[in-house]
Write a protein that binds this ligand. Structure first.
Ligand SMILES: [Zn+2]
Ligand SMILES: [Zn+2]
Length: 275
C-alpha cells in the first residue's frame, strides 16, 4: 500500500507537509497561517476539514504558527508533546483537541501510522516522524542539531526521507547573523548542515530508500545548488544512483509518491561500475 506526500511550505517562512495513505491524511507541522494552509491544501485537492490530524513537531513559529487557528477553524485535532503544548501557548487557544504524545509513541488513523521520535533541537519537546502504511514508510525530520543513532536507525527502514539541509557552514559563518545565533544553529541542538545530510546519505541510508527530499533550506545561509550538490556527491560516494533527490522550494513541492518496493531491488551491477 503506497503513500504520497507534498510539502505545502518549507523553511523559515513556514513548514507543513501533507501525507496521504492507508485511507487517511495527516499534516506534519502547521507553520503557515490558517488561510494559507487551507488554500494550499485545497490546491492539492484536499478539504482541510477532512484531515485526520495535525502533528506539531515543536513550538517554533515556522512549525506551529497556524496550528491552533487551523484546528479551531476546521475541527482537526492536534498531536504533539506536552512541552510543545505549553511552549506554543496552546493551553489558552480553543483548539479542537490536543493529544499529548511522548517520543516513541505511535498513533494510527485507519491504516496510516505515525510514529514519533525525539530529536535534539532547542525546543521544549521536539519530534521527528515516521509515517507508514502496511508496506512503505516516510521518515520526516526538520530542525535537529545532529543525527542521533536512534533516528538514523529508525530512518534506515524508510522508503523515502524528508530531512532538513539547513545551512552551508561557510555561508553561515560569513553571513549576517549575530554570532550567538550562528553558534545556536551550528550547535548540537540547532540545525543540520548540508554536510550532516551528506553523511546520513553516504553512511546511514537504508537499502529501501529511493527518494530524499531536502527541506528547510536557509535563504541566507545556503544555496539550493550547494545543498543538492552535497547530497548528490554523497550518494555518488555511496554508489546509490537509485536514489532521487528533490529540493523543497519555500512554497513546497508537488506530490511525491512512495510506492511499494519492487522485488529484486539489488542495484544494477552496470550502474555500480560507473562510480
Ligand atoms: Zn524550523
Ligand atoms: Zn525549530
Amino acid at each position: 500500500m503506497s503513500l504520497r506526500f507534498r510539502l505545502l511550505g518549507s523553511g523559515s517562512e513556514g513548514n507543513a507537509t501533507l501525507v496521504e495513505g492507508g485511507g487517511a491524511r495527516v499534516l506534519l507541522d502547521a507553520g503557515l497561517g490558517p488561510r494559507q494552509l487551507a488554500e494550499r491544501l485545497q490546491s492539492a485537492g484536499v478539504d482541510p476539514a477532512a484531515l485526520d490530524a495535525v502533528f506539531v513537531s515543536h513550538e517554533h513559529g515556522d512549525h506551529a504558527r497556524g496550528a491552533a487557528a487551523f484546528s479551531r477553524r476546521f475541527g482537526v485535532p492536534l498531536f504533539g508533546t506536552h512541552g510543545t503544548f505549553v511552549a506554543a501557548g496552546f493551553a489558552s487557544a480553543k483548539i479542537a483537541r490536543y493529544e499529548s504524545v511522548v517520543a516513541g509513541d505511535t498513533r494510527s488513523f485507519r491504516r496510516l501510522t505515525v510514529k514519533t521520535l525525539a530529536v535534539p533541537h532547542d525546543a521544549a519537546g521536539p519530534l521527528a516522524f515516521v509515517v507508514s502504511t502496511a508496506s512503505v514508510s516516510l521518515g520526516h525530520a526538520t530542525d535537529l542539531g545532529h543525527l542521533s543513532r536512534a533516528l538514523v536507525a529508525a530512518f534506515r527502514g524508510c522508503d523515502a526521507l524528508l530531512v532538513e539541509s539547513n545551512y552551508d557552514p561557510a555561508l553561515l559563518r560569513d553571513g549576517p547573523y549575530p554570532w550567538s545565533l550562528k553558534e545556536r544553529i551550528l550547535g548540537p541542538f540547532g540545525h543540520l548542515s548540508n554536510g550532516d545530510v551528506g553523511r546520513l546519505l553516504e553512511k546511514g541510508l537504508g537499502p529501501r530508500c529511493r527518494k530524499v527530499v531536502l527541506a528547510h533550506l536557509s535563504r541566507k545561509n545556503n544555496h539550493p545548488e550547494l545543498a543538492l550538490m552535497s547530497s548528490e556527491e554523497a550518494l555518488g560516494r555511496a554508489r546509490r544512483g537509485d536514489v532521487r533527490v528533490t529540493l523543497a522550494a519555500p512554497d513546497g513541492t508537488g506530490w511525491i509518491g512512495v510506492g511499494a518496493p519492487r522485488k529484486a531491488q539489488a542495484p544494477a551491477q552496470g550502474q555500480l561500475r560507473l562510480f
